[in-house]
Design a protein around this ligand. Sequence first.
Ligand SMILES: Cc1ncc(C[n+]2csc(CCOP(=O)(O)OP(=O)(O)O)c2C)c(N)n1
Ligand code: SF4
Length: 350
Amino acid sequence: MSYIRPKFRHPDQKVNDIGYTKTDYEGSLSTLCAGCGHDSISAAIVQSCFELAIEPHRVAKLSGIGCSSKTPAYFLSQSHGFNSVHGRMPSVATGACLANKELIYFGVSGDGDTASIGMGQFVHVIRRNLNMVYVVMNNGCYGLTKGQDSATADEGSKSKAGSVNQFNAIDLPSLALELGATFVAQSFSGDKSQLIPLIKAAIKHPGFALINVISPCVTFNNNPGSTKSYDYVREHIELTSTVDFIPLEKEITTSYAEGSTQDIELHDGSHLALHKLESEWNPEDRWSALQAMQRTKDNGEILTGLIYINPETKDLHEIINTVDTPLNQLGKEELCPGAAMLEEVNSELR
Ligand SMILES: Cc1ncc(C[n+]2csc(CCOP(=O)(O)OP(=O)(O)O)c2C)c(N)n1
Ligand code: SF4
């Protein structure tokens, strides 16, 4: 079948710290349109997991419906996966994460999947601070159903068919900030050097991590007049910073000019070195991040990079004090501790 990758690989392929090659992190061949931004994001996910030496079976990929939501088939074929209903990925992610806190949860969604039908689910998964990476492959349209404007299409943006969008766009990073998300980033599918460290940092973040990636749809929304086309994004991108991810075990060897770099220690002891390009902004200050978003929007620019991070966050497990052992490994004794325990629990609620 044409979508199955040929098995042959160069015998001297590089291996990572656990002896896996990049091939071990790939999926089946993509059936998306050639040039679709979503494929570049899949490639960045493959590269990030390879470089972090993650065991593929420790990852669960979850998605909704759309071209974007098809992409988990194209990376990490040895991981767990669940392709859910349109806009309902966050519920499935919540259930899975509560049942097993040992896995790394990767949610993949589209702007239609998140900002329209899935909006109710999106806001609650942020509010609950579920420990997951949530990637929105944002092309401003419903690619799978032939390019209708989505709720993230900018006002005044022109579709391929020539109609002009008359509605305000929903800005997902600003909304996430407003709702208290503790990791908010924005990137562009065409900027792998920025996207990879952001994905790695999001994986290490112990709570909800949003990466909104502008990902042009070459078939339905890459025309002049569209604000999600490759040309438009390249011309209007404004970098907050360049980001280096420094894993725990690696020494910080590069020295940076004083004042130009902000070092952020992540939960597990790894580091992010942010070389800031936007001076009036502090990514550890939510108010400053919101202002930076608004300022660039007012100037018609797209702010990319790590917009906000609070490394000291409590995820849903910590908030509601869940059991460490995955539910499928609990025995009968723990699951059904008897009438006396039931009485004790009930009495605490009286
Ligand atoms: C409940 C439900 N409503 C509508 C649809 C039709 N539908 C499928 S994908 C989609 C939108 C996809 O857009 P987006 O999430 O932005 O992903 P893209 O294809 O652009 O990557 C719609 C409306 C559906 N599959 N299920
Ligand atoms: S229709 Fe658009 S979003 Fe879907 S695969 Fe093609 S280019 Fe990508």
